[in-house]
Design a protein around this ligand. Sequence first.
Ligand SMILES: Cc1cc2nc3c(=O)[nH]c(=O)nc-3n(C[C@H](O)[C@H](O)[C@H](O)COP(=O)(O)OP(=O)(O)OC[C@H]3O[C@@H](n4cnc5c(N)ncnc54)[C@H](O)[C@@H]3O)c2cc1C
Length: 466
Amino acid sequence: MRVIVIGGGITGLSAAYRLFELSSIQNHKIEIILLEKQNRIGGTIRTEHIDGFLIENGPDSFITTKPWALNLCRRIGLESELIQTNTRNRNTFVVLQGKLQPIPEGFFVLAPTRFIPFLKSPLFSWKGKLRILMELFIPGKPKEDETLASFTIRRFGREALERVVQPLVGSIYMADPENISLRATLPHLLEMERKHRSLIKAMRKEQGRGKQNQSGARYSLFVALLNGMQTLPERLASLLPKDTIKLNHSVESITRENGLWIITTHQGNRFFADGLIVTTPAYVTASLLKGLDPDLSKDLSEIPYNSSVVVNLAYRREDISHPLNGFGFVVPATEKRNIVACSFSSIKFQGRAPKENILLRCFLGGSMQPKACEWDDSKIIETTHRELSELLHIKNKPLIMCVYRHIDSMPLYGVGHTELINRIKERVKTHRGLALAGSAYEGVGMPDCIHSGELAAESIASGLLS
Ligand SMILES: Cc1cc2nc3c(=O)[nH]c(=O)nc-3n(C[C@H](O)[C@H](O)[C@H](O)COP(=O)(O)OP(=O)(O)OC[C@H]3O[C@@H](n4cnc5c(N)ncnc54)[C@H](O)[C@@H]3O)c2cc1C
């Protein structure tokens, strides 16, 4: 039995590895072939090592509240290489009128769970604070789906949207909350309103429960890998049987004949398989499946994507006057700057910069600032350095400068995304031996991608073995 996986990002590699595990456990030999367009694996994950700096051009960590990435690291022997965030200064700043203001302690995305730090915070005006606290008394009117912006304004007011929700969530999805579906991106908030009416009340309860359950070894909210995130795809690749991964194989078309999948590459190779897992971005998958299922292809092509630029700049510590007493900052659109977010990489995680140096990782672009992706490297570096110098009081030029553009890399879950995905799932079921996986569908973070790759592998294996 042969299964082909298209795409060698974290989703494709997780799918291939899960197939390999299942084939070993169940004693049914599955031949796995992974076809990757580029001459490297990892997709969006890209670590570089330059002059003692560890540069993450893609993801720099993953969240531990979703178990799938942690579980995978354990299964492939990477648990000892997981590193936690620095135990000190675990706070994030928001830029307000050109100054970095810390998000008050106990403030989670849009709701305060501790009132004293919130009331003392200069991040909100008194009117804004009052409006946020009024959430405690606002009746619950959960909708089937609405934008994150309309939900935030309805429950917490416009200032909460502009000063925290837009920059915090916007910098994760590189998108405008006016275009993001609450149900598809932050379903637990919708659930909280349904169950508890007030999110402040619900979050305070959750906090209390969290404290009671704090026993045994716990990971910080985010973890990284000591030698960079690229370690994960590389380890997965090294554990797969030799010749599983075929680099420089760009898939051109997918057809089906006599119950077999036929995959043709731009290089002219043809592969035959009983099962097929497609993990390419939705717009690529749409074009690959167009001949086979035009309706499915049309639905896939309706998932929009955003582009962004990651800029890593390194400085001498002595050249930065700001105390860097946090993990980074986010910039509200109302500040009219180009940097969307900045992570103090070498403060957040150990081993990212040589001693006496600081590595800063900035995001530009996204749907709020799409032009930045079109600039040349020198304009991107000059703009990022200028804005960092203003915000962090930096006096000299950077020592290291790295620019990486992620073009059409981040799917945007708009209102109606959940229905669209349900429709896609139903269509996929009509094609025996086909599964789709990746960030386009039910979560963009690495744990979600790993989970979706593993589920795809399980459904293909069980379908073919039944
Ligand atoms: C800038 C940025 C920062 C991020 N930061 C974080 C973070 O800190 N933490 C986190 O959890 N998540 C983060 N994410 C999200 C997460 O990294 C991605 O969602 C995830 O890596 C996507 O993996 P994937 O395998 O689904 O897709 P991709 O990584 O896009 O992989 C798809 C693969 O398919 C290949 N391919 C495309 N077309 C073809 C073809 N025709 N034939 C063969 N192969 C093809 C591509 O070359 C690529 O290798 C970030 C995303 C971005 C863009």
